[in-house]
Design a binder for this molecule. Sequence first.
Ligand code: ATP
Length: 615
Amino acid sequence: MLIEWLTQFKQNNQISLLDIHLALFLTNKAELNDDITAKRFSFLVLSLSKEVRSGHVCLDLNNLDQQFIEPQLWQDLKTPNVQAWQAILEQAESKHVVSDGTKLSPLIFTQNKLYFQRMWCDEVNVAQYFNHTTLVQESNYLIDLKVILNQLFSNNEEPIDWQKVAVAVALTRKVAIISGGPGTGKTTTVAKILAAIRQTNPKARLVTSAPTGKAASRLTESLSRAIEQLSLSNLNINTESITLHRLLGAKADNRSFTYDKDNPLNLDVLVIDEASMVDLNMMARVIDALPSSSRLILLGDKDQLSSVEAGAVFGDLCAFITNGYSKSRAKELSQLTGYSVPISEQKASITDSICLLQKSYRFDKSSGIGLLANAVKDGKSSIVKQLLNNTSLSDIKYQELSSQESYQAVLHDSVNQYKHYLNAINQHSFDDTAAILEKFAQYRLLCAVREGQFGVSGLNKQIELLLVEKKLIHLKTSEAWYVGRPIMILRNSISLGLYNGDIGITLRAQHDHSKLRVYFPLADGSIKGFSPFRLPEHETAYAMTIHKSQGSEFDHVNIILPTNHSPLLNRSLLYTAITRAKKTVSISATNQILQQAIKSQTQRHSGLVDLLLNN
Ligand SMILES: Nc1ncnc2c1ncn2[C@@H]1O[C@H](COP(=O)(O)OP(=O)(O)OP(=O)(O)O)[C@@H](O)[C@H]1O
């Protein structure tokens, strides 16, 4: 019986009960009477659920993972080949459970990839949007833009100032995709893009946003700074950035939005920073809600981790980075910028809307962080080893995590760092919450996993114990809350305006010192206090996962990796962790794990690249 066979998956930690019920429901609906065919079909549905939970958009039949199920269960399937899988899916077509997308069905099978219908629709809509990169029609724009570009870039850098090219790209396409590592001038460039748009259209409604509250408040801050530095304040550019959830008017159920195709957003230009964190579903909702005449500018770092949820739209778009443009586009950009912009072979029209910024203005050639980040990004493990052993690079430090003492050293280092923050609580007046929050943001312990002594829970517990021992915090065993407790929100609360990843600190309430309040910096730069008991799901945040640190930066970062292999460890994870640091970074890991992480590169399965190619 199929149900009995499926029940055996209950113990599988990658499969939920809901996945099993869905597989059973769809298999019954497909009326696959033959036992082996039914098992094979339900295995495909289970695999699809598992893949989506791991961040993939679809199940790629050419990359079928059999490792996640027991060998006995796999043997029950009698090892079908790709043609056999295809035949099963074709059989299910007659009962409208599967289609190639031309008919309504819960599963879509196309190009050897199996999708849930909703994700397939999102992918097709996103591809259609990015394939539709029509020219922005401005009167005489070539002449006007050239003048504006020359005003914004008075010191022409040689051989090519890619920031200038990026501004030209964004001004002449409805869509612009700008990728660059830390400090390559993404914010500076976007400030110039907005300034140029303001000059061509003084009434343009400009909106800047980011996927998380933290990233939005960082964008507000860095954009205001860039506009001030570039003396563009007279152009009246609103720098207050908002989260994508707020932009779309997320409703209390967290799934539906006020703004959509039927009720589009009221804007002319939308900038999304940290675009690598935007999942397929969110990108599709944003595109749905964009008025057809508006422009979209995506900023991000293609080498960072992808979104937590399924899809890697920004990464897929950046697969078309070639460092060059089609012949006609290169001519247009050369005319505008005065640089001889390279021509490259074109595989997709989206290439003409992309620009890669490579020169870091934050880390010079001798900066350990910059060199280390680049070596990790390029998978050069021997260079990483050399850099970490080079004692003359004062901004990077490596500790072999070989013993309990080295583990304790990481904890003590963190306690020493957090001492400054906890002391600040005692020294500052109650009105100085901003200064205390700033102190807390100076240092962070980052880890790769959630559980165990190398995970968030274990590390936070150990740090709290040491802080109690050193009398830096006063924690009663019966209570979780104490002055100084930093926390991270784990679930969005639209009604409170708090979002997954937001960080707050616990202080005495400003108007009633007998009570505790958790203070959060909000995206608009203000600070708001909440009663600890009203907060959505949260956890202590001395240590946080690298995934959650995306979109944040700290002066000093300490990275600890587990001593056993974890599938979570990979190159983008390590690169993301290192690039969170502005001044110093320390890594504690075994050499073997570090090398494994650098060598491991994950690819998310989707059909977006093919859809952009076949445009
Ligand atoms: N063309 C340039 N010439 C000189 N300095 C620059 C240039 N572009 C950017 N900078 C400086 O480099 C620093 C980083 O720039 P910016 O914040 O724009 O980079 P970013 O890519 O947005 O950084 P982040 O990684 O924080 O997102 C800023 O201090 C900025 O003033």
